[in-house]
Design a protein around this ligand. Structure first.
Ligand code: ATP
Length: 390
């Protein structure tokens, strides 16, 4: 299990963070999410706890998922993502708490509805297609009760939805990885489940296909109008496909919100560190300024800053695109480049500051600086910076 502790905030900063969270929520309400927030949640988890012997895999997880929403549980290995998915599916019974699906209690209050009686579809990591059945037969698998003509019509509809109308008579071994995934999606969507669960849906695809399929899968789910819950440890995937992301740590949800909210306004250092390459500048608030290892800058650049925090020691979140390095003589420099990573279009430099902090900065591939080069750093962020009381 991950053991990163949530940051301990001072009372006043906690107030600030709560009002920040409220502001985030109101932005989330006004978001472009296709979820219908006026309707009752399709899926609701209330205080769900799951213990495996002495191990607490889930520790009081509460969350509502709205109709048509695509929500992703994101977190490091062992944080409880899969267990959450399995409790929703009915493959695990929570030790405590309640889960409702479509308004019906499926776990908790003395009830436990087995997986086969839950209106839930699952897309497995390995797609789990039947190798000896054709694409049509695979998709029709969950529709065995329907009459033949209705089944054929539904399969045609799904083949269109996943853009495989010409591939119905093939077997899975005649399909590419992306096509297999689309068949798996179609098969899970066929019975029109209340909720579709996706377990690390892109982990079996190569890197390029993964990026392509994210867009396609999101489009298919939105076109189908299904409510979907996925789990992943890949932050880029979570941010790019989801309406909302729930960041998990050590069996708990640390923050839930629109991808932009959790990335731009992480409420804890754990969330900040998990999303993007985060560095922290130690700073001190004084007279409306923050004093840091790269100089003083206006405290109004800090999200939710108020003069009541004056005098407080803080950690300011800076990501590589928030900073620019410029070569300078050692006497004037803020720090020294200690590593550089060439990633094609850009360089990511790691700079060790005189103050002891280490930060990263992103530069275009033509801006090549050497190792051990002395640099000054300029804060170029054009957005409010998240910060945490130390
Ligand atoms: P990963 O990304 O590696 O799959 P995860 O976030 O999905 O991780 P879970 O598989 O939900 O994490 O596991 C959460 C915790 O519960 C882990 O510490 C794991 O060892 C424990 N756990 C999960 N299933 C069981 C089980 N059947 N028996 C005992 N412990 C379990």
């Amino acid at each position: 299990m991950a053991h990163t502790q949530p940051v301990k905030r001072t009372q006043s900063a906690r107030d600030a963070s709560e009002s920040l969270a409220e502001a985030n929520e109101s932005r989330a309400d006004a978001s472009t999410s296709t979820a219908d927030t006026s309707a009752a949640p399709v899926l609701s988890l209330s205080d769900v706890t799951k213990e495996f012997g002495p191990e607490t895999a889930l520790d009081g997880v509460s969350l509502d998922v709205e109709p048509g929403e695509l929500l992703t549980f994101l977190g490091p290995s062992g944080c409880g993502k899969t267990t959450t998915l399995r409790t929703i599916a009915g493959l695990e019974e929570p030790t405590e708490g309640r889960i409702t699906l479509g308004g019906e209690t499926v776990s908790g209050d003395g009830a436990f509805v087995p997986p086969e009686r839950r209106d839930v579809g699952i897309v497995f990591q390995n797609f789990a297609l039947f190798p000896h059945l054709t694409v049509r037969e695979n998709i029709a698998f969950g529709l065995s009760d329907a009459d033949e003509a209705a089944t054929a019509a539904r399969v045609d509809e799904l083949l269109d939805l996943v853009d495989l109308p010409e591939h119905g008579e093939k077997t899975p071994d005649q399909l590419s990885g992306g096509q297999k995934q689309r068949v798996a999606l179609a098969r899970s969507l066929a019975p029109e489940p209340d909720v579709l669960l996706l377990d690390e849906p892109f982990s079996n695809l190569d890197v390029r296909l993964r990026v392509e399929m994210r867009e396609e899968v999101r489009q298919i789910l939105k076109e189908a109008g299904v409510t979907a819950v996925s789990v992943t440890h890949d932050q880029e995937e979570a941010l790019s496909i989801s309406d909302r992301v729930a960041v998990m740590n050590d069996g708990q949800i640390e923050q839930v919100g629109r991808p932009e909210s959790v990335f731009e306004r992480p409420e804890s250092k754990f969330v900040a560190s998990f999303l993007g390459r985060a560095s922290f500048l130690e700073g001190k608030l004084r007279d409306g300024k923050v004093e840091t290892g790269i100089g003083r800058f206006d405290a109004v650049t800090l999200e939710g800053y108020d003069t009541v925090y004056d005098g407080a020691p803080v950690d300011v979140l800076v990501r590589p695109d928030d900073l620019r390095a410029t070569p300078a003589s050692p006497e004037l420099a803020d720090g020294v480049i200690v590593s550089r990573q060439y990633v094609g279009p850009s360089f990511v430099y790691r700079v060790e500051l005189e103050s002891g902090d280490t930060v990263h900065c992103l530069h275009n591939h033509v801006e090549e600086f050497g190792l051990d080069e002395s640099v000054t750093l300029e804060l170029t962020a054009d957005h409010p910076l998240a910060w945490y009381p130390r």
